[in-house]
Design a protein around this ligand. Structure first.
Ligand SMILES: Cc1cc2nc3c(=O)[nH]c(=O)nc-3n(C[C@H](O)[C@H](O)[C@H](O)COP(=O)(O)OP(=O)(O)OC[C@H]3O[C@@H](n4cnc5c(N)ncnc54)[C@H](O)[C@@H]3O)c2cc1C
Ligand code: HEM
Ligand SMILES: Cc1cc2nc3c(=O)[nH]c(=O)nc-3n(C[C@H](O)[C@H](O)[C@H](O)COP(=O)(O)O)c2cc1C
Length: 1216
């Protein structure tokens, strides 16, 4: 009947007739659950009878069945008659005191507090009672059943319940006689997931004893100080996120629990494990939480609150033959296994020295316990880590939620806290370690919230032997003494009086010396126990306080917040939290006037145990990047320099990283981040810094900002003249002159608006055209000039020496090295030879994702692929239909982003140059910044990058695969690179020839003119030593390609089509080139996959919302593709009975017989009324060439004229 695994098995309840007070009534026997096997072992077989005999005078017979226990101690047997604490009221047959768990509160411990000790309760102001409750109380609801209702409901357990501080004092003093046990029904349920970590184990468990001698070291005062930069950094990220939310004025921010939880989880995990989960950024951008968080949450949910119907499916769920308990256990085991995998991966990476130096995992690996000289068992690492994850973030986040709630409800307290922060911080925008120690009132605000709403609602100890408590009460061996912390913290005698009613929020109670000043006797030392007590007290108390104070000291000066009108908090666990917190708390948040600016997360913010990938810095989900780890800071003048980028496909972001290394080498203190992140500090006094300088590197899309510069563009557009006075900046624009009308439009706009807002340019706007050669050289020149201009503007000098050189040295982006068999066990998966396009399917096993499907690249299955041009046309255009994964959405006019692979001829040439066959294995360590294979490792679609999700993931990749995916092999090397090769060349004649090619003339005649690739160049200079890692790191990443979607989701939301012209030509050097992407698409047969996702590029290229608006569509060649999508949309609308306005289509091609693609479809549309006019211009059909624009001019002018006359205005919508 007992469902717990570690407890002993009890026979069924017996009925006896107690007789002490003459009320001979039939009651079920209450059973004390015996402890787990490690803790209280069965002993003398005679004991049960002895106990029965000894207890004969008691109202209830306490039967220790299946345990035997020692004979009664002298103290007990000498007690005539045996006293036990009085029963709590509302006791009923069969269900015991179950009614006490019911009431107006959601949490049963709150109800117990109210019903037993609250107004009208039996024992107001203290008192210790006996309560008889079912064995398997649900942790949250107090319901006598487990999560799925199959648990044993019969047994009642008699527990001593108290809120008496004297009892706590005695439990502390007699720790050995009252150990903490972890063995009851609900505890065993928790242990299924959390194992026996520090929190979730008995004091006699050897694992607890070992860990207790190690883990507290990770949380001592010195350690906390060392964590401070990381905590502050997380606060900064948080402030930026809320700045964004409140950018447009007061914002209602929902899900405060989620926010707090993201913050505290990020902080604790970063500090003690060295893993940066970026959950705050993920929350801000609406992405799913980090893998660690997700697996942990899932394990918790499946264990405690499974939705079995959803998990198993209705058919299985309602099938009486399916053993639901077994199914549940299977799910729990699976979820735990997944979490274990994540954790053991972190452990292994720490073991290899890749992360977490000095952190908790490091300690577990290397330190022996102070208590027993043992190491923590390897299998016990998981429970210990998951315990700290649970205990270390949910508690603090719940308390912070309560603190914000109470402050919002008590504006005077908020003002007082704010005044203290301003007073202590003075002019400083952010608190320092020293400030934190001085924030007494802020601390009191947190402590007071924890008093009224303790997030650990109860704690308990079990008697190790029959004994007497408080000198009068018999406590049986194994009997539990539970302390109700809610009731303890609301005792009138301890908390009432001059500080107001105990339920009133008044942080003054916790100000140093407050009681003395009020002429009151000191409080009972155990009247406040939110952190537990004795040897089992919280080890993270100091961490929680520092974290909370830093957070509040950052938040309060920046934001004012209030609850929605009428909101009153209910302590609840319905939001799937471990602790009861204010249910559905949301806040109206407004940025305070004159709020201090928030710095970007900084280099120094890396915790001691920072998880930095070997090659790259850590990329944050919102595009901010802390400086790469490999770059040591160059000692120098430390003038701040913010490097900001706007970038969709990563070129400007790459340049930004390169610039960061260069300016760091020149002694500047550098932060790197997206343009949007830079102004997340808000308009007002936020925005760009006036100390140091700002470098902006940005591209543009259809004249508009890249995705991560949209908010910046808006903010700058609204900046008042003179508002950016004092800012010193330089802009580097990256554009493509093919977009003639909007070439460099956004960089120009940024430069112009900054000047207009009063900022001073360090350099004139510098622009490069990616359609021309020499982009990298232009960037190098500009970055050199920027360094020189900044040094001179600030009157500082570049440091010299090894540190400066090392800081400035370019770092390899991609961590790839020959595969060493000893690494074999560590690899996550293998990317095999050519055409292994199933890479993301493989990765999915490591990065489960759901929701936000468009944010990730997915394998898209080819459902149909047909050629649209006749075989003898000499060209090829394919209509390709792809299956979209569940959750990926698009609308007509959107683009499909496709990950290309290098043209096979380039890959073969590279293999030949390197002397490789192609199947040689390499070990690639994925890093978020490695830029290798934007499509594979680093990129997916930023954010998030794979490196963020699984930094350090080891992948075995074959040489051919790396050359196919990682870098753009068709790149023409920059002049600078040619010069570097000349220097590295050991053969004097070859070096001289390379030097000639590096001259201006030589370069244009011999390299950029004939579009010589790096591989081609190196093939001519064989003495230059080169290897695959070097080659991969010398070239830029392989950029994704875009294709206009030529279908509408109205036809079928699960599939989309693209129309792809094959690029194939012979280069001036005689190399046959097949388009990296178009070649791949054309060669993928039905059933295979392409990697891609839907992209809505910054563009207004959409059908008008009103279908009656007349439209003109012009699309020559594959430019017809988006029009096909629009027409399919209109066809569906028409079929649905919508009224359509007139639509003209102008299409241009060579000849009717050669490349009039989709002819039947277009004519069908015309016949059906989807379009009202179809004009096709053939450039090679007649005696003279007719292009599409000619047709437009002739046919459209009259038509448009009449429309304009009829009062229409014209809106141009251009596609890229
Ligand atoms: C917004 C957008 C929408 C697009 N929509 C479509 C679409 O619907 N359908 C479509 O087919 N394409 C479309 N494209 C183009 C597409 O993204 C790719 O650029 C195209 O498929 C070529 O990529 P690739 O990897 O196959 O070629 P690559 O391997 O990158 O080769 C192309 C490069 O080779 C050079 N080149 C081309 N021909 C020659 C030659 N004869 N001699 C020397 N050099 C040459 C070009 O300068 C170009 O840089 C779109 C592009 C954008 C930006
Ligand atoms: C407001 C924040 C916190 C509160 C209210 C809190 C509360 C508690 C309580 C009540 C206990 C004792 C439980 C018991 O007696 O059964 C405890 C133990 C523990 N707490 Fe905390 N905690 C907080 C923050 C943290 C943090 C930040 C950490 C991070 C390391 C942490 C780690 C632990 C651990 C490991 C234990 C078990 C100690 C042991 O039994 O040896 N806690 N906490
Ligand atoms: C859809 C699209 C639209 C573009 N529009 C413009 C434009 O209007 N003006 C321009 O100068 N460059 C334009 N470009 C070129 C990009 O700015 C250029 O490719 C740049 O290198 C991208 O840099 P990024 O990778 O940092 O985003 C466009 C590119 C694409 C793909």
């Amino acid at each position: 009947m007992c469902r717990c695994t570690s407890a002993l098995v009890f026979p069924s309840s017996r009925e006896v007739s107690p007789s002490v007070n003459g009320h001979a009534k039939k009651q079920p026997v209450n059973i004390f659950l015996q402890s787990s096997k490690e803790e209280l072992r069965p002993e003398d077989p005679a004991a049960a009878q002895t106990l029965e005999a000894a207890s004969s005078g008691a109202q209830k017979l306490v039967l220790l069945v299946a345990t035997t226990g020692a004979p009664l101690s002298d103290a007990v047997s000498k007690l005539p008659p045996l006293q036990q604490p009085p029963y709590a009221p509302w006791q009923l047959p069969v269900i015991g005191h179950a009614l006490l768990t019911r009431g107006k509160n959601e949490h049963f411990v709150h109800n117990l507090a109210h019903n037993i000790w609250g107004d009208g309760g039996l024992a107001r102001n203290g008192g210790t009672v006996r309560v008889s409750l079912p064995t398997d109380l649900d942790f949250e609801t107090g319901a006598p059943e487990g999560p799925e209702g199959w648990d044993d409901k019969a047994a009642l357990v008699e527990t001593i319940m108290t809120c008496d501080p004297d009892v706590i004092a005695e439990l502390i003093a007699r720790e050995a006689e009252f150990p903490k046990c972890w063995n009851r029904g609900p505890q065993n349920v928790v242990a299924r997931m959390a194992g026996n970590g520090l929190f979730t184990s008995g004091t006699r468990d050897p694992d607890w004893q070992t860990a207790h001698g190690i883990l507290p070291r990770a949380f001592n005062a010195l350690k906390i100080r060392s964590y401070y930069p990381a905590i502050l950094d997380k606060c900064r990220v948080y402030m930026h996120a809320w700045d964004k939310r409140a950018a447009g004025g007061e914002a209602l921010i929902g899900g405060i629990h989620e926010w707090m939880s993201a913050f505290t989880a990020d902080a604790i995990v970063k500090c003690i494990i060295g893993l940066d989960m970026h959950n705050i950024e993920r929350l801000q951008t609406g992405e799913e939480a980090h893998l660690f968080m997700r697996t942990y949450r899932r394990a918790n949910r499946v264990n405690m609150r499974p939705d079995l119907k959803a998990e198993l499916g209705a058919a299985k769920y309602y099938n009486p033959l399916v053993d639901k308990k077994a199914e549940h256990m299977r799910l729990v085991a699976e979820a735990r296994r997944n979490t274990e995998e994540v954790i053991f991966d972190l452990v292994e990476r720490t073991r290899r020295g890749e992360m977490g130096e000095g952190g908790m995992i490091h300690m577990m690996l290397h330190d022996k316990s102070a208590t027993n000289g043992e190491y923590i068992r390897y299998r016990n690492f998981y429970p210990q880590l998951i315990n700290v994850m649970v205990a270390g973030h949910e508690t603090t986040s719940a308390t912070l939620s309560w603190t914000l709630y109470f402050l919002a409800k008590n504006p005077t307290c908020m003002e007082k806290a704010l005044a203290e922060i301003r007073d202590v911080l003075g002019d400083a925008a952010e608190p320092t370690v020293d400030h934190i120690a001085k924030l007494h009132y802020v601390e009191a605000c947190f402590r007071e919230a924890l008093r009224i709403q303790p997030v650990a609602v109860a704690t308990a100890r079990d008697a190790a032997a029959d004994t007497v408590l408080q000198g009068k009460w018999l406590v049986r061996r194994g009997q539990r003494v539970a302390v109700n912390l809610v009731a303890l913290h609301r005792r009138e005698d301890q908390w009432g009086g001059p500080f107001g009613d105990p339920l009133e929020y008044n942080p003054d109670r916790f100000m140093p010396g407050a009681y003395e000043k009020a002429g009151l006797p000191p409080r009972h030392p155990q009247a406040y126990a939110p952190w537990g007590f004795g040897v089992r007290a919280c080890i993270g108390q100091l961490f929680a306080l520092w974290e909370a104070k830093t957070f509040l000291a950052m938040l309060l000066p920046r934001f004012h917040f209030r609850t929605p009108v009428g909101y009153v908090a209910v302590a609840s666990q319905r939001e799937l939290s471990i602790s009861p917190l204010p249910y559905q708390l949301s806040l109206h948040v407004r940025r305070r006037e004159g709020a201090p600016a928030t710095s970007l997360p900084s280099d120094e913010a890396q915790p001691p145990a920072a998880a930095r990938t070997a090659q790259g810095g850590q990329k944050q989900a919102n595009g901010a990047t802390t400086a790469p780890a490999a770059a040591p800071a160059a000692a120098g003048h430390s003038t701040p320099l913010q490097v900001l980028f706007g970038s969709n496909s990563g070129m400007c972001e790459d340049f930004a990283q390169q610039l960061a290394a260069k300016v760091r080498g020149a002694g500047f203190t550098v932060t790197v981040g997206s343009l949007d992140l830079a102004i997340a500090g808000g308009g007002g006094s936020g925005g760009l810094p006036t100390t140091g300088a700002v470098a902006v590197l940005t591209s543009t899309y259809n004249g508009m900002p890249p995705d991560n510069a949209v908010a910046f563009s808006k903010w700058l557009g609204a900046a008042a003249p003179g508002s950016q006075a004092g800012v010193r900046y330089a802009v580097f624009g990256v554009g493509n002159s093919q977009w003639a009308a909007t070439f460099q439009a956004f960089p120009k706009r940024v430069d112009g608006l900054l000047t207009a807002a009063g900022a001073a340019a360090l350099l004139p706007l510098s622009s490069v055209d990616v359609d021309q050669a020499g982009v990298t050289d232009a960037f190098d020149e500009w970055s050199d000039s920027l360094v020189a201009a900044a040094l001179s503007a600030f009157g500082v000098a570049s440091p010299t020496g090894a540190a400066a050189a090392a800081a400035a040295a370019p770092r390899p982006r991609v961590d790839i090295r020959p595969f060493d068999e000893s690494n074999g066990g560590e690899i996550a998966f293998e990317l095999t030879g050519p055409g292994d396009l199933d890479v993301l399917t493989k990765m999915r096993g490591h990065i489960p994702t759901n929701g936000n499907t468009n944010s990730f690249l997915h394998p898209l299955k080819v459902l149909e692929s047909r050629q649209l041009l006749p075989a003898d046309s000499g060209r090829a255009t394919a209509h390709v239909e792809l299956e979209l994964p569940e959750g990926m959405t698009y609308s007509a006019g959107d683009h499909l982003e496709v990950v290309p692979v290098n043209c096979p001829s380039l890959v073969e040439a590279a293999l030949q140059l390197l002397g490789l066959r192609g199947d040689e294995p390499f070990l690639w360590t994925a890093g978020s910044k490695d830029g290798a294979a934007r499509g594979i490792g680093s990129g997916l679609k930023p954010p998030p990058a794979l490196g963020d999700l699984m930094p350090g993931l080891k992948i075995k990749v074959h040489a051919r695969g790396a050359l196919q995916w990682f870098v753009d092999l068709s790149t023409v090397p920059s002049r600078k690179l040619v010069a570097q090769l000349a220097e590295a060349c050991p053969c004097p004649p070859e070096a001289a020839a390379l030097r000639r090619l590096a001259s201006e003339e030589g370069y244009s005649a011999g390299v950029s003119g004939p579009k010589l690739t790096l591989v081609e160049l190196l093939s001519r200079f064989r003495s230059v030593p080169t290897s695959l890692p070097e080659l991969v790191n010398a070239l830029p990443r392989l950029a994704p390609r875009y294709y206009s979607i030529s279908s509408s989701p109205r036809a079928d939301p699960r599939r989309c089509s693209i129309t792809v012209g094959l690029v194939a030509f012979t280069t001036p050097t005689g190399r046959p080139h097949r388009g990296a992407s178009s070649g791949l698409i054309h060669s993928q047969p039905v059933g295979r996959h392409l990697l891609g996702t839907v992209r809505c590029l910054q563009s207004t290229f959409k059908l008008p919302k009103d279908p009656t608006t007349p439209i003109i569509m012009i699309g020559p060649g594959t430019g017809l593709a988006p029009m096909c999508g629009f027409m399919q949309e209109r066809a569906a609308l028409l079929q649905g009975g919508a009224q359509l306005g007139p639509a003209l289509l102008f299409f241009g091609c060579r000849s009717a017989g050669e490349d009039y693609i989709y002819r039947d479809t277009l004519e069908g549309h015309l016949a059906a009324g989807v379009i009202s006019g179809l004009h096709v211009a053939f450039s090679r059909d007649g005696p003279s060439k007719v292009y599409v624009q000619v047709g437009c001019e002739a046919s459209a002018q009259n038509w448009m004229g009449s429309l304009l006359e009829a009062g229409r205005y014209l809106e141009d919508v251009w596609a890229g």
